[in-house]
Design a protein around this ligand. Structure first.
Ligand SMILES: [Zn+2]
Length: 275
């Protein structure tokens, strides 16, 4: 991750920030951050997770947190104290997959299923997590067609879904599996203010909560290692921008690209610590 940071600093120099054409080019090259319902904003709702207030969006009957994380009714219980146990890592709910085995099925009508099999192969090559086709197990993930890209966070019990629209790439699928394993977005770490500036004035209306620290949402956790600009769970500088200006910069004001190719060194060490 140190190497990635170095590359970002040298390639996203002051020139890049001051010249709109170059900035737009950089933006066009960016992969898009994942959204459960692209272009739709629902009703902002304050719920409770482990007795602490959290804010999410109600869209099409789903409780959408940080753009592409689907909360279960238990996680978003609206009466204080009714929520499930809070997560205990920067990435992780209490629901880790036992023995680091994720059981899964793929809906037969999901197009381009190689996105799923390639993403699973990538996780298996780079982590101790194993993916096994479900037979009779009660806790499992089904990959299916969705309006956008979305997932629950951690193992929630019973059948849970990873929803993939046609625009969701293999990299987006690796990201959504990260949520299912329990990872939150890297920019919501409790210690992120040490590493980044959040430029709220440039964030699309209704998407501000995607940038809220999980601690500020009342969710406890552990931040593994240093904030990783190369994490597959990290937004890019221009994610959810309303005006082409950055929503996140490094502390020195420079921008960085979103990475949706594969797990970074920091992602791997975080998952190793969790599983
Ligand atoms: Zn996400």
């Amino acid at each position: 991750m140190a190497a990635f940071g170095t590359i970002s600093v040298s390639s996203c120099s002051k020139d890049n920030e001051s010249q709109p054409a170059q900035r737009e080019q950089a933006q066009a090259q960016d992969a898009k951050a994942e959204e459960a319902y692209p272009g739709q904003s629902g009703q902002t709702t304050v719920g409770s997770w482990g007795g602490e207030a959290i804010t999410y969006q109600e869209i099409n009957g789903d409780k959408v947190y940080e753009g592409d994380i689907l909360l279960t009714p238990g996680q978003a219980a609206t009466a204080a104290g009714q929520g499930q146990q809070r997560p205990s890592s920067a990435g992780r709910t209490s629901g880790r997959w036992p023995s680091a085995i994720v059981y899964y099925t793929i809906d037969s009508n999901l197009p381009s299923q190689n996105r799923v099999t390639d993403a699973i192969a990538h996780w298996q090559a780079n982590s101790p997590v194993r993916f096994v086709q479900r037979t009779t197990q009660s806790n499992y993930v089904t990959f299916r067609v969705g309006s956008g890209c979305s997932s629950n966070i951690g193992m929630v019990g019973g059948r849970q879904y990873i929803n993939l629209a046609s625009g969701c790439s293999t990299g987006n699928t690796i990201h959504e599996i990260g949520h299912a394993l329990g990872l939150f977005h890297e920019q919501t770490r409790n210690d992120r203010d040490t590493y980044v500036n959040i430029l709220t004035q440039n964030i699309q209306s209704g998407y501000e909560h995607n940038f809220t620290k999980y601690g500020a949402q009342g969710i406890s956790g552990t931040d593994y290692g240093a904030l990783d600009f190369g994490s597959i769970m990290m937004y890019g500088s221009f994610s959810f921008s309303s005006n082409g200006q950055p929503t996140i910069t490094k502390k020195d004001g420079s921008t960085f690209n979103i990475q949706r190719t594969g797990l970074s060194a920091g992602d791997k060490s975080g998952i190793d610590a969790m599983y």
